[in-house]
Design a protein. Structure first.
Length: 293
């Protein structure tokens, strides 16, 4: 083989390799994108479930965990600041001093963990401007500091657990609701994540009296009249369901408060699953059969 021919072959091989690298991106770049479930065959096998769990690993450059999850559409009718945490994403409202919603992709492995909440303290969030909610706003208010993304969904990571106690993930919540009905739904969501491999969850407050809201504390943190939660499962034939709980004491049965995602969208003005194919979105958001779960 002549030297010239050898050099030409080496150059051709290098060009092919460079082209391939241009088409293939590292998984850490892809996992943060909204990828259509039909493109990846989401959770159709145990291998895909493991792939979904690996998609929540820390990004090497940022140290944050990126997730494949369904984010609601951007909000145009109220203030919104997006705060990305290790285990969840917050849409924050500077007027209410509470989240518009909190969204997270709950995989089976994140329903377990050895990190405990007994030494965690609620913290103000310095990423949002003053006036903002502080721990003092809740003292004497008779309302719990109600987690939107539960602490128990974040025990897989000490840092994720700590971030769940930021007050941008918290709303004033009736104690009876917090410890009973709302807690039951949180535990049910973890059971669904274990059964199906993963679910997408979005929850937040409902404000019915926006012109004269009830507030607590010197920073006037808005008190919700109710709370919503919507859950999407993409395993097999996708399905979704919604729930709306009144912010009051007294047990509220899950079957009584279950509703369609469409109904929650009408109540909140939030478009929850815009990245789903239109036919899938229209079907799952119109269904509310708790028995199917």
């Amino acid at each position: 083989m002549t030297k010239t021919r050898f050099l030409m072959m080496a150059l051709s091989a290098l060009l092919v390799l460079t082209a391939c690298r241009g088409r293939l991106r590292p998984i850490d770049e892809r996992v943060g994108e909204n990828i259509d479930s039909t493109e990846v065959g989401f959770f159709d096998s145990e291998a895909q479930e493991q792939a979904a769990e690996s998609a929540t690993r820390p990004n090497a450059s940022s140290g944050r965990v990126t997730k494949m999850m369904e984010m609601p559409a951007p909000l145009k009718d109220r203030p919104e600041k997006i705060l990305r945490r290790l285990g969840f994403t917050v849409s924050y409202n500077k007027n209410t001093k509470t989240p518009n919603y909190v969204a997270w992709h709950l995989v089976k492995s994140h329903t377990y963990g050895n990190n405990q909440r007994n030494e965690q303290l609620f913290m103000l969030d310095e990423e949002v401007p003053s006036p903002r909610a502080t721990d003092n706003d809740y003292y004497g208010s008779r309302y719990d500091r109600g987690h939107m993304c539960p602490a128990a969904d974040n025990k897989w990571s000490a840092e994720a657990l700590k971030q769940s106690f930021l007050l941008t993930n918290i709303c004033p919540q009736n104690h009876g609701l917090n410890k009973d009905s709302w807690n039951d739904l949180e535990m049910q969501c973890r059971r669904w994540a274990r059964e199906y491999g993963a679910i997408d969850v979005v929850c937040g407050p409902v404000y019915k009296n926006k012109n004269n809201p009830r507030t607590i504390g010197t920073n006037k943190v808005w008190v919700p009249e109710a709370f919503f939660k919507v859950v999407l499962c993409r395993k097999g034939k996708p399905k979704a369901i919604g729930f709306v709980y009144e912010n009051r004491g007294g047990y509220q049965r899950m079957s009584d408060v279950a509703c369609t995602v469409d109904e929650v969208e009408q109540l909140t003005g939030i478009d929850f699953f815009p990245m789903l194919a239109d036919d899938v979105e229209n079907r799952v958001e119109a269904e509310s059969r708790l028995a199917d779960w």
